[in-house]
Design a protein around this ligand. Sequence first.
Ligand code: SIN
Length: 296
Amino acid sequence: MDTAVDHRRASGSRRPFEVRPLHPALGAEIAGITLEEAVGEAVFAEIYDVFLERGLILFHDVDLPPATQVAFARRFGEVQVHVMNQYHGYADHPEIYRLANLDADGNPNGKHPDMGTMYWHTDGSWRPTTGHATMMYSEMVPSEGGETHFADMYGAYESLSPQWKERLGSLKAFHNLDFSRTRRHGHDPMTEEQKAKVPPVAHPVVRTHPETGRKSLFLGDHAEWIDGMDYAEGRALIEEINAMATPDHLVYRHHWSPRQCIVWDNRCLLHRATGYDPATERRVMRRCTVLGDRPY
Ligand code: SIN
C-alpha cells in the first residue's frame, strides 16, 4: 500500500514519527526517525506499540554494524545464540545468524546458505521458549528474487470455521529442527551435538499472544507431528494447515533494498525467503532472534 497514514492523526496521539502501513494485514514502515532514535529511551515504547499492532516494522537507510545490531535487538529482549553455529558470521557476535552465499573472495559461491528459510516457518519454534522478535538487516540483495514474505497468523486463525477452531484448539504439535533441516537442507545436516541441544518440543497449534491476547495459528515448517495422532495423519494435517494459513491476502511480500532493517513478531507471523540465483547474485542478510515465552 502506498497511502501514507500518519498515526499521529489516525490515533489522536502525538507520535514523533510516521507510520505507513505496508499491507492491509500487517507491516508498517517507520519514517521520520532513525532506527537508533527508535530504540532510544524517548520513543521505544511507542515504537513497540506499533510493532505489536502491525507485527512488523521496517526502517530504511540504516547504518547497522554487527555490534549495533546486537545492541538494538537487545532492546526487544534476550538475543538467542543459534544452535547452528556454522552461521555465526562474527566471532565477537555469536548472536548474529549470517545468511550469505559468498566465497572467501566475496564472490557468489553458487550455494543457497539455508534452504529451510524458503518454507513458511516461525523462528525458534523448535525451542521451548520460541522466538519473540527477529531483527533482520539487508547488507547485499540480489537484483531478482531473495524477497522475504510474511503471513498473518492472527488472520489465518480468525478465518477458520468454528469447526476448525474447535478441532485445532486442543492440539499440540512437536517442532523439531532436525526434521526441517534434514528435509530441506539434508546435504548439510545437524551434527549429533547440535541435535542433542534441541530435542523436539510440543507447542499448541493455536497460541495466545502473550502481549496482545489475540489467538494465532502456530505451525510452520519445523512442526513435524501432532501429539497423540498417528504420524502420517498428523503430517497430512500440518501440511494442510500450513497451506490453508497462507492465502495471498494475508501475505506481505517484501522486496529488499540494501540497508533496510525489519523487525517482526514471530508469535503472530510466519515468514519465508524466496529463491534467487546464488551462482550469479550476492545476498547477505544478518538476523538476530530475540527469545520469547513458552507458547500457551
Ligand atoms: C529467515 O528465514 O529467518 C530468513 C529469511 C530470509 O532470508 O529472507
